[in-house]
Ligand binder design. Structure first.
Ligand code: FAD
Length: 410
């Protein structure tokens, strides 16, 4: 992406030594890189976490911020992926209670047949996701009584006749990523640009980095390397090693943020064509709306007018009781999903991750695809593979707060 799109470095100096040696070097400090740093620390293995920007400054700050089983998998039939997400959701609620809030999401239906199918699907979803540490007793699931449905302004005038509520977990993605990094003893080299790799011993041996704060050079040597570069993976592999193979397909999604609307108490998950979900989520004193899907070529692309228009169109047709176009958009954001390359539309590509052992550098692993929700579990597996050490406390050890403050989601 253009140099100007990267966040400018802060004024403070980096205190790390100029010549560094670790067991594992991780490039990319999104949710995957940060989760791996924690896993390695829990196993007593040294590591460095390198990012050209800031920790949690990539896709991991532009998601829908749900730690979820993925109710859409109920629709696409990917039950295994859904159950893995549900199990991981419970783990996050245990290890990061300060960054999580349980919610009862309402899925509205247009008629009784759809209502019945939602009740069956959601019944199974909540049955498989019955492990919900810290679930607030006041939230109710299942059938929403008509009177309650009609007290929500989204429930009047529109095509919906009622709703069924299911459980899911909301988070703050960037803060969670930073907590993971803070829960590790990794040497954090943020705002560092990788410049040139040294090869040796049949693999990668060291990396020369430029500190974007002051232009100084650092050398990082490691026995093993992990690239967790999210949507920037293909571009980096082309730039660093001249590789033209596309490992990923990229799909942009946008969110718009409006002022809170009185009476919109619960998040809504509205089914859309092609297996997509339109989320309308009251959080942090605002109303978050998203998301879309557009295939793109780069990890950093602008929001298109047509894309914004598509989201407005979906809001107007599904929730006509609110004057969407008169409501000021307080913020808008775009994130790019790294999806493992495959055929067909990106909406139908799996959100599952792949760990690829590089063919030319056997001590390099690439993290491709994935989700916030399953990042811990995937990195637990990778850390076990890299070190030969299992770690029982990964699913129970509380995360440290990077700033000492819980980001309470209201
Ligand atoms: C719109 C949208 C909604 C989503 N909603 C959800 C959701 O609700 N729940 C869920 O579980 N998942 C969701 N996801 C998926 C999830 O956000 C991503 O899969 C996840 O954040 C990817 O994390 P990552 O660590 O792989 O990549 P990133 O977070 O992008 O991290 C990659 C890092 O690499 C760094 N980097 C890039 N190039 C270089 C370089 N040359 N040198 C050094 N560093 C570099 C970047 O700065 C970045 O920090 C959503 C994604 C999108 C786009």
């Amino acid at each position: 992406m253009p140099e100007s799109a990267w966040p400018a470095p802060p004024a403070n100096a980096c205190s790390a030594a100029m010549d560094l040696q670790v067991e594992v070097a991780i490039l990319g400090a999104g949710i995957h890189g940060a989760a791996l740093a924690r896993e390695l620390t829990l196993r007593g293995v040294s590591c460095a976490l390198v990012d050209k920007g800031e920790v949690g400054g990539g896709t991991s700050q532009w998601s829908s911020q749900l730690l979820h089983g993925g109710i859409r998998y109920m629709l696409t039939g990917d039950i295994r992926q859904m159950r893995e997400g549900l199990a991981e959701r419970a783990t996050w609620a245990r290890i990061a209670p300060h960054r999580c809030r349980w919610e009862a999401f309402w899925m509205p239906h247009r008629g009784w047949i759809e209502g019945l199918s939602h009740r069956v699907g959601i019944g199974l979803y909540d049955h498989w996701g019955a492990e919900r540490p810290g679930w607030p007793a006041e939230l109710s699931l299942g059938h929403i009584p008509k009177e309650a449905f009609l007290t929500d302004p989204r429930g009047v005038l529109g095509p919906f006749r009622g709703a069924t509520a299911y459980a899911d977990l909301m988070t703050w993605d960037r803060e969670l990523t930073r907590d993971l990094a803070a829960s590790s003893d990794a040497i954090v080299l943020d705002f560092h640009e990788p410049e040139a790799f040294e090869e040796g011993g049949g693999g990668l041996r060291a990396l020369r980095l430029r500190d974007r704060r002051d232009g100084s050079a650092r050398r990082l040597a490691a026995r093993r390397w992990v690239f967790a570069l999210g949507p920037w993976t293909d571009g980096a592999m082309a730039q660093w090693f001249g590789e033209s193979r596309k490992r990923l397909r990229l799909s942009a999604g946008i969110h718009l943020w409006f002022d809170a609307v009185p009476g919109c108490e619960r998040p809504w998950a509205i089914r859309r064509p092609k297996g997509r979900i339109l989320f309308v989520i009251p959080r942090d004193g605002m109303l978050q709306v998203g998301t879309t899907e557009r295939e793109v070529e780069d990890g950093c692309v602008p929001i298109l007018e047509a894309e914004r228009e598509e989201l407005f169109g979906a809001l107007e047709s599904n929730l006509p009781s609110l004057p969407w176009r008169q409501m000021p958009v307080r913020a808008e954001e775009l994130g790019v999903r790294p999806l493992v390359a495959g055929g067909g539309a990106t909406t139908h590509l799996s959100r599952e991750a792949v760990l690829e052992r590089h063919s030319r550098f056997p001590n390099l692993t690439l993290v491709l695809g994935g989700k916030l929700t399953t990042a811990r579990a995937l990195m637990d597996r990778l850390a076990t593979d890299l070190t030969g050490l299992r770690c029982e406390t990964s699913t129970t050890a509380l995360l440290r707060l990077w700033d000492g403050q819980a980001a309470q989601i209201r």
